[in-house]
Ligand binder design. Structure first.
Ligand code: C2E
Ligand code: MG
Ligand code: MG
Ligand code: MG
Length: 283
């Protein structure tokens, strides 16, 4: 009886795996359609420049408006897209959308640097690099106002190829940012080889840094280290005013998080930018 029960459990688990697999296959088919139908949206989360209290850059974050399932966040489909070779087309879509939005915003008087997340597998992909070069040749947007956010894992899968590719992107004018810094395992001597402009301290260190002494010390020393290497620092995941005040005190360059703004649709971002620049004129 015990064995039968165990088999029963096993069968149910296998069935669950199977249906999960089927769901993933369906989802990937739908993703192909979504990419051409406009269901893949790009939202933008501001990075606040602390020295000027202004929003001069944003991070592009992808969202999928699924007709039946509603809104699907990137964590639910980016890993699948990576495993099934759809991450290239998806990232190209995000980059193209971002560059078009950038041009529209400039016409409205807002110069905004846009950061795009580039997955591990893409950093050293020759196909992706070709696509990026083709987009830049179209002369839409300004590569010096584009940033690629990469993670340490991105650069560590094939360190030499990643370093070389990042230098080529840098030569095209694109800025390179190290995302989720502090969660990976790269050595300082390796980091030094990357053509970084910016380091983003991971939310897990930032979130409670104003309350937790160790987190605070870690954030402080990371900011000092980055500055001594000539890098700008972004703190991500700021959810409270006290945390923002703490990071200001530490001399952090940019702040990002729900306390400043959630990721916004392009139209809402423009409204925020306009409202803030009106404030500047009044002040
Ligand atoms: P990430 O690049 O580290 O982006 C930050 C994530 O934290 C975003 O989640 C953002 O909405 C969220 N976040 C921002 N501020 C706060 C805060 O104050 N508190 C909390 N709890 N969360 C905050 P999102 O949009 O769900 O994206 C998750 C991850 O998916 C991103 O992490 C990034 O790695 C990936 N991703 C998003 N868009 C793209 C894309 O276009 N391409 C690729 N390859 N990856 C993407
Ligand atoms: Mg990011
Ligand atoms: Mg991040
Ligand atoms: Mg993070």
């Amino acid at each position: 009886a015990e064995e039968a029960a165990r088999e029963g459990v096993f069968w149910r688990v296998a069935e669950a795996d199977q249906s999960q697999l089927e769901r993933q296959v369906t989802l990937m088919g739908e993703l192909d359609d979504a990419l051409t139908s406009g269901a893949i949206e790009v939202h933008y989360q501001p990075k606040l420049l602390l020295s000027e209290n202004r929003i001069v850059s944003v991070e592009a974050l992808v969202r999928w408006r699924h007709p039946e399932r509603g809104f699907i966040g990137p964590d639910a489909f980016i890993p699948l897209a990576e495993q099934t070779d759809r991450i290239g087309p998806l990232t190209v879509h995000v980059l193209e959308t971002a560059m078009h939005d950038q041009v529209r915003w400039r016409l409205l008087g807002h110069d905004v640097t846009i950061a795009v997340n580039v997955s591990a597998r893409l950093v050293a992909s020759a196909d992706f690099e070709q696509d990026v070069r083709a987009i830049l040749r179209k002369d839409v947007g300004d590569p010096s106002r584009i940033i690629f956010e990469v993670t340490e894992s991105a650069t560590l899968t094939d360190p030499e190829a990643a370093v070389a590719a990042l230098h080529r992107y840098r030569a095209l004018g694109i800025g390179i940012s190290m995302d989720d810094y502090g969660t990976g395992q790269s050595t300082l001597s390796y980091l030094r080889q990357l053509p970084l402009a910016e380091l983003k301290i991971d939310r897990s260190f930032v979130q409670f840094s104003h309350r937790n002494r160790n987190d605070g010390l870690m954030v402080r020393s990371t900011i000092d280290l980055a500055h001594s290497l000539g890098l700008k620092v972004v703190a991500e995941g700021i959810e409270e005013e006290a945390c923002l005040a703490f990071l200001r005190e530490l001399g952090c360059d940019y702040a990002q998080g729900y306390h400043i703004s959630r990721p916004l649709r392009a139209e809402a971002l423009v409204q925020l930018l306009s409202a803030r620049s009106n404030l500047d004129q009044v002040a």
